[in-house]
Design a protein around this ligand. Structure first.
Ligand code: SF4
Length: 650
């Protein structure tokens, strides 16, 4: 009998229409957990070297987390995984809502799809039966309409993951949606689903998830719940002032995640909107601008209090005591939208020098319904604007759009064309790197990417940890895998002996020194995030810090294992090596994933919050790879390292 995990997966061959359940040995969970780790273990073997990401050999996995449904908190994240068509690397995207427990309640830890269907289908499963059903009538519908139709025809209690028109049209920046427009947006995995003609996965199971020690789970959860902070009693204006203070002070204070969570409780991630611009965390004007180009006057419409005025209801993901989500009202074509996340606000706002909040709300809903990644869409628009401003794109190319910085109308029309794959929109609909190759004429000069993926809205010239993780992770360009400030908030040194402990106060300049300790911190971040993603935990919850959120103790109580926190980090290390080996197997050169020079401060900015800063990525990358025992010159896991983790070299 398994505890915590279900011990089973569902394999669906869309080519033959065959569905097979497969038991997964306990040893796999013991070595890789569930969620991301389970998917990495299975897909490393299942996807043949050099497989076309949009071909029948790519395998698309939907996985839950080991802690999902066990009575733990913040553990409702699910992940979609596969070979990314955007980067050619290991690909994954992560989302909250209620789909993660739905996978386990059907009796599975993951559902995996290979092959290509002859016509559009969706999978329906309820723990008793699993079957493919015709989805021709849903093809072409947006994510909100199609989800409503599926719930009406399948069951009012079903949970759905699905693609919109962007995934159907194989946009390489499309994602997978749930709960009426929440997105597992990154890595372009919506296009993989579209290539398989799989419109949706509809789950309506009722199975129980057993845990080894329910009493211990209850005690741990009660204590953790008591440490979740209340809403912060300050205004949005004061919040923006904090950003200025963080910029001008010569010293920094190690961040306590409770402060961040108290802001998220009040505003969600929009808490960062102005604060992050002011302290230099937000890239502006396609990463060539700075806080002075988008000061408090220009960002006023996205002050978190302004966003909050539009919030009709707040919502929580499954098992979340915080609730950072919200539904906002809006004028015009759509009446409501999910509260735009900080990432969407900046990508569609400051990155394009767009001050207009109404357009951001509209584009957020448009992209969510289309199933297109707001980060990549906004970043690709910013890239196109810079190309236009420098004469690389002309009015003729854009179909008459005057793509000037801050021209909201033109930017909205551009993104509408991307969604529709129309004219210039078709050139841009697969992200900025592919667009630069299509445009030619030196357009690559204005590209900011890591391995083909547009990095998220956190600037490594402010916190070099982001630049490191954008560049070295097997899934490049991602902000959810580590930074220096995440390490401060995770406080892992409280439970794992020997880890570096940041000083409470320190001179900011020390953040920019590339030394062995920084590389060690980055390696610990990657390992820990593999544990978090194997558990189905929300990264925001993990910001509570190791002394308050009992990730490792929950894992032990749920499964009956008796592992130390250090042993869990070893599991994280094994998963990281496996994902890197996946890339090597598919011909990826790890060095080629490095973030573009502009975003590394090469050359350094002449003014603004990040003036004069450059990230020494060469040194940090080499040291990071050494932390894992990978070749410091190539980033490839050595034969010795592969044997250490029981992995075969391929
Ligand atoms: S903190 Fe926000 S994203 Fe995380 S689980 Fe809670 S509601 Fe979901």
């Amino acid at each position: 009998m398994s505890f915590g995990y279900m011990g089973k997966i569902l394999l669906v061959d869309l080519g033959s229409g065959e569905l097979k359940e497969r038991s997964v040995p306990d040893e796999v969970y013991e070595k890789y957990l569930s969620g991301m780790g389970l998917a990495a273990r299975l897909l490393y073997d299942m996807i043949p070297a050099g497989a076309d990401p949009l071909g029948p050999d790519n395998v698309l996995g939907f996985v839950s987390g080991l802690l999902t449904g066990t009575g733990s908190l913040f553990t409702g994240r699910w992940m979609v995984t596969g070979k990314s068509p955007l980067t050619g690397t290991w690909g994954d995207a992560n989302c909250g809502g209620f789909f993660s427990p739905a996978i386990k309640r059907c009796g599975y830890d993951g559902i995996f799809f290979k092959g290509i269907g002859k016509s559009p289908v969706y999978l329906y499963a309820n723990g008793i039966k699993a079957e493919l059903r015709d989805a021709s009538h849903l093809w072409g519908k947006d994510t909100v309409e199609a989800e409503q139709s599926l719930i009406a025809e399948a069951s009012p209690t079903a949970h759905v993951a699905l693609i919109g028109p962007a995934g159907e049209r194989l946009s390489l920046i499309s994602g997978v949606s749930t709960d009426r427009g929440r997105m597992a947006a990154r890595s372009g995995l919506g296009a993989v689903m579209g290539s398989k003609r799989l419109k949706a996965v509809v789950l309506d199971g009722k199975k129980r998830i057993r845990v080894h020690d329910p009493g211990a789970m209850r005690t741990l959860t009660k204590k953790c719940n008591g440490s979740v902070p209340p809403s912060i009693p300050i205004s949005g204006g004061m919040n923006a002032m904090m950003g200025i203070l963080l910029r001008v002070l010569p010293t920094a204070m190690a961040m306590d995640g409770r402060l961040v969570l108290s802001m998220y409780r009040k505003w969600g991630t929009t808490a960062l909107n102005q604060m992050s611009i002011e302290w230099g965390d937000s890239p502006i004007k396609n990463w060539a601008g700075d806080n002075e180009d988008f000061g408090l006057g220009r960002s006023a419409q996205v002050n978190p209090d302004e966003i909050r005025k539009r919030e009709k209801i707040k919502y929580h993901c499954y098992s979340c005591p915080l609730g950072c989500g919200g539904i906002c009202t809006m004028e015009g074509k759509y009446r409501e939208t999910h509260k735009p996340e900080y990432e969407s606000v900046l990508a569609l706002g400051g990155l394009c020098l767009n001050e207009d909040a109404r357009s951001i709300f509209y584009l957020n809903e448009l992209l969510n319904r289309a199933g297109m990644d707001t980060i990549s869409a906004g970043a690709t628009a910013a890239f196109a604007i810079e190309c236009y401003e420098n004469g690389i794109l002309t009015r003729e190319d854009t179909g008459g759009l005057e793509l000037a910085w801050g021209n909201t109308g033109a930017m909205v029309a551009l993104i509408e064309k991307m969604v529709a794959r129309e004219g210039i929109g078709d050139v841009l609909a697969d992200g900025s790197k592919i667009a630069a190759a299509r445009i030619g004429r030196g357009a690559e000069r204005y590209l900011v990417h890591a391995g083909g993926q547009e990095p998220a809205m956190h600037d490594g010239r402010s916190d070099p940890g982001y630049a490191v993780h954008y560049s070295v992770e097997p899934t490049p360009g991602r902000h959810t895998l580590g930074s220096w400030v995440y390490y401060e908030m995770w406080q892992l040194w409280k439970t794992v002996k020997g880890l570096p402990k940041p000083a409470l106060f320190y001179f900011k300049g020390s953040k920019y020194k590339a030394d062995g300790e920084k590389a060690r911190i980055a390696a610990v971040n990657s390992k820990f995030m593999n544990v978090v993603n194997g558990s189905g935990m929300c990264m925001f919850g993990s910001f509570l810090g190791a002394g308050r959120i009992p990730t490792f103790a929950w894992l032990n109580a749920a499964t009956g294992w008796n592992r130390t926190p250090a042993e869990y980090l070893e599991i994280g290390e094994r998963i990281q090596t496996l994902k890197q080996a996946f890339n090597v197997k598919h011909g990826i050169e790890p060095l080629a994933l490095r973030l573009s020079a502009r975003a590394l401060g090469l050359p350094p900015q002449p003014k603004g919050a990040n003036k004069g800063r450059t990230v020494d990525i060469e040194k940090l990358t080499r040291q990071y790879w050494m932390e894992f025992g990978w070749d410091p010159e190539t980033g490839k896991p050595t034969g010795e390292c592969m044997s250490k983790w029981g992995l075969e070299s391929r």
